[in-house]
Design a binder for this molecule. Structure first.
Ligand code: PHE
Length: 357
C-alpha cells in the first residue's frame, strides 16, 4: 500500500496537464482502477485482516482523491496565470492617433441649429419616433381620410390580429412634438424639436429615415412678422452670410393657417451653391400660424394664445451648407465619407466662436 501511495502521489505531482491527471484518476481510483480492485479483494480476507486493510485502503483512496483535486486546482491556476501573462496589456500606453472619430454632419447641423435657436430663446423638446396616429395626424388637424395621410407615405406599425385600434405609425414629421410640448408645458412656449422622421421614399434626395427640426412659438401677441424675422435671423446665422433674401410662398398645411413655404435666394453658378445671391430659389422649410384647432388639441385656449410653427429638413440644409450631393450617403456609414465630411469632436458649435470652423 505504501508503494501504491508513493507511486501515485509522484505521478500526480508530475502531471503536466488536466488530461494526464484524468488518466491517472481512472487508473488509480476509477471503477476498474488499481485501488478499486484492491478494495474488491477485501471480500476474500478474514475479518481480522479486513479490519486493518479496509480503513487503510479508504484512507489511501481519500489521500489520492485530494491530491488529484489539489493538482487540478494548481493546473487551473497555472493556466490562468499563463493566460493573464499572454494577454497582458499596458494601459498606460497612449491612445490611438487623434482625429479618427468624427461628428456626423447631421449631428453637427443639429448642434448648430440648436445653438442659433437657443440664442433666440428656444429650448429643445423631444418626442417618440413611434407615434400614435392621434399625435401624428388627428391632433394636427389631419383627420382619418385626409389626403395628407397618403401624401406622407406613412409607415404603419403592426397590430395583433383582431385588435381594431388604429395602428401606431413611425412619425412622418416632428410636428407631433408640438402637441406633446403644449400638453407638457402649456403656454407661452418657445421650443425647437430636432429628430428622426420616416416616410416610404428613396432617391437621391429622399431616404426612408431623415431628420427634421420643428419650431413652435406660442404667446399672446405673435404674428407672421415674428416668424419672418426669426427665420431670417436663423438663415443668416446658419449659412454664415450677412444678408439673405427669403421668399414666403403661400402654401397649405392642415396644421397652419395661413401657411407658407420658405425659399432662400441662391445661385448655382459653376455648379456650386451660393446662398444670398443669384436668381434661383431653394425651398428649405414649411411654416405658418398654428391652426386654432391644433392649439386646442394641445390643451391651450386658442382665443388667448396664437403662434407660429415651422418644420425644416435637417439633412437638406446640411447638404446645402456643406455641399453634399447625395442624401443617401449620410446613412451608408462609409468611413471614407465620414472622415471627409465629419467634424472634429471638440469643436462644439456656438455663435461666438464660429458655428462651423
Ligand atoms: N410638418 C410639415 C412637414 O413635415 C412641416 C411644417 C411644420 C409645416 C410646421 C408647417 C408648420 O412637411
Amino acid at each position: 500500500m505504501d508503494d501504491l501511495k508513493a507511486k501515485y502521489l509522484t505521478l500526480i505531482a508530475d502531471a503536466a496537464d488536466e488530461s494526464t491527471l484524468e488518466d491517472l484518476r481512472v487508473t488509480a481510483v476509477g471503477k476498474k482502477g488499481e485501488i478499486s480492485l484492491k478494495m474488491r479483494e477485501l471480500g476474500k480476507m478474514t475479518p481480522e485482516e479486513r479490519q486493518v486493510a479496509g480503513p487503510a485502503l479508504n484512507a489511501l483512496k481519500d489521500e489520492i482523491n485530494s491530491a488529484l483535486a489539489a493538482k487540478k486546482a494548481a493546473l487551473a491556476d497555472a493556466a490562468l496565470d499563463a493566460r493573464l501573462r499572454s494577454e497582458w496589456l499596458d494601459v498606460t500606453l497612449p491612445a490611438r492617433g487623434r482625429g479618427r472619430g468624427t461628428i456626423h454632419p447631421i449631428s453637427q447641423v443639429m448642434e448648430e441649429v440648436t445653438a442659433i435657436f437657443g440664442e433666440l430663446g428656444f429650448s429643445v423638446a423631444e418626442g417618440p419616433r413611434v407615434e400614435t396616429d392621434w399625435y401624428n395626424f388627428d391632433a394636427l388637424n389631419i383627420p382619418g381620410h385626409h389626403p395628407a395621410r397618403a401624401e406622407m407615405d406613412t409607415f404603419y406599425m403592426h397590430r395583433a390580429e383582431g385588435d381594431d385600434r388604429p395602428p401606431h405609425v413611425l412619425r412622418t414629421h416632428t410636428s407631433p412634438v408640438q402637441i406633446r410640448s403644449m400638453e407638457a408645458m402649456g403656454a407661452p412656449l418657445r421650443i425647437i424639436c430636432p429628430g428622426g422622421v420616416y416616410r416610404a421614399d428613396y432617391d437621391q434626395t429622399h431616404t426612408p429615415m431623415f431628420h427634421q427640426i420643428e419650431g413652435l412659438a406660442l404667446d399672446t401677441d405673435i404674428s407672421m412678422a415674428n416668424l419672418k424675422w426669426v427665420l431670417e435671423e436663423f438663415v443668416k446665422a446658419f449659412f454664415e452670410v450677412d444678408d439673405v433674401e427669403l421668399r414666403f410662398r403661400a402654401s397649405h398645411f392642415p396644421f397652419t393657417e395661413p401657411s407658407a413655404e420658405v425659399d432662400i435666394r441662391c445661385s448655382w453658378e459653376g455648379g456650386t451653391l451660393k446662398i444670398g445671391e443669384g436668381d434661383d430659389w431653394l425651398e428649405i422649410l414649411g411654416s405658418g400660424m398654428v391652426h386654432p384647432k391644433v392649439i386646442a388639441a394641445g390643451g391651450i385656449d386658442p382665443d388667448v394664445y396664437q403662434g407660429f410653427a415651422f418644420g425644416m429638413g435637417i439633412d437638406r440644409i446640411a447638404m446645402l451648407k456643406y455641399g453634399i450631393p447625395d442624401l443617401r450617403a449620410f446613412f451608408d456609414s462609409d468611413l471614407r465619407w465620414l472622415r471627409h465630411y465629419g467634424f472634429a469632436s471638440l469643436d462644439v458649435p456656438n455663435l461666438h466662436g464660429g458655428l462651423s470652423r
